[in-house]
Ligand binder design. Sequence first.
Ligand code: SF4
Length: 322
Amino acid sequence: MAGGALLQVKDLRKYYRVTTGLMRRLSGEIRAVDGVSLSINSGEVLGLVGESGCGKSTLGKTILRLEEPTSGQINFNGIDVVSLHRRDLRELRGKMQIVFQDPDSSLDPRMTVGGSIEEALVVHGISDPAELEERVARLMQKVGLEAGFGERYPHEFSGGQKQRIGIARALAMDPQLVIADEPVSALDVSVQAQILNLMMDIRDRDGLAYLFVSHDLSVVKYLSDRVAVMYLGKIVELADKEEFFRNPLHPYTEALLSAIATLRPGGSNRILLTGDVPSPLNPPAGCSFHTRCHRVMPVCPQMAPELTQTAPGHYVSCHLYA
Ligand code: SF4
């Protein structure tokens, strides 16, 4: 059940400088995150979708300050995250955690998995051996692994089991928000549902909130309370899940949804997205989706649309609804 605002992000930007030559002359900037505003309530799951390269993973990392923001505001539970000193970030990261797509990226192959989970606790100042042992066993149980598995090494586990260990590490300090960055997309389809169900069980039990980053709308539909769509560094549509799937407005959302609708018998015609996502180094002028939009109008390359509320809680950035 969702409570009050836990995370508030305002006009967040993450630009990367691009330099050329020996003198490293500035030749441009990649606008990976370009003015994003969103909020997540306690216990809420916000699904964030878009094609790869749209900036959604960078947004997650920037919220955690694994990437330094270029500008904007991040407020987590009353804490101004952007101005927080580096030494205070460790404490914050106990409460705001990330689960990566590739579980191997957070596991040391030379360390037992019990040791890896213990490390996450030690980093946050827990040193009593009895407490460490008890908490590691509890975390392993929480993610559905036998405590005895703690003596084994990562290579002895399947992809799904390794992701369970990654989740156990993320849960070490009882976080309030987990940024889940494509946590099931590297797993076999048969295992994906198990991991998603585990994450939802933990949400229901502990009141966790998730920013659930995915390119897969079916996954997002399964577990989100609200859905945001990102394109070239910007949020282009945001709505409650029911409203989002019943009444999608943005042409990009229509195209993404048509791709999953056509997988069902009797599904509607697919709207084909032509070409790749343009480079964020040189985004199209006006509405950055106009080069691929099936409803493009003369105004679209001329002027960028604003994110506008069209119904309570439903926001869209498109001249069709201005
Ligand atoms: Fe398409 Fe124009 Fe809307 Fe952009 S503003 S999504 S190009 S109709």
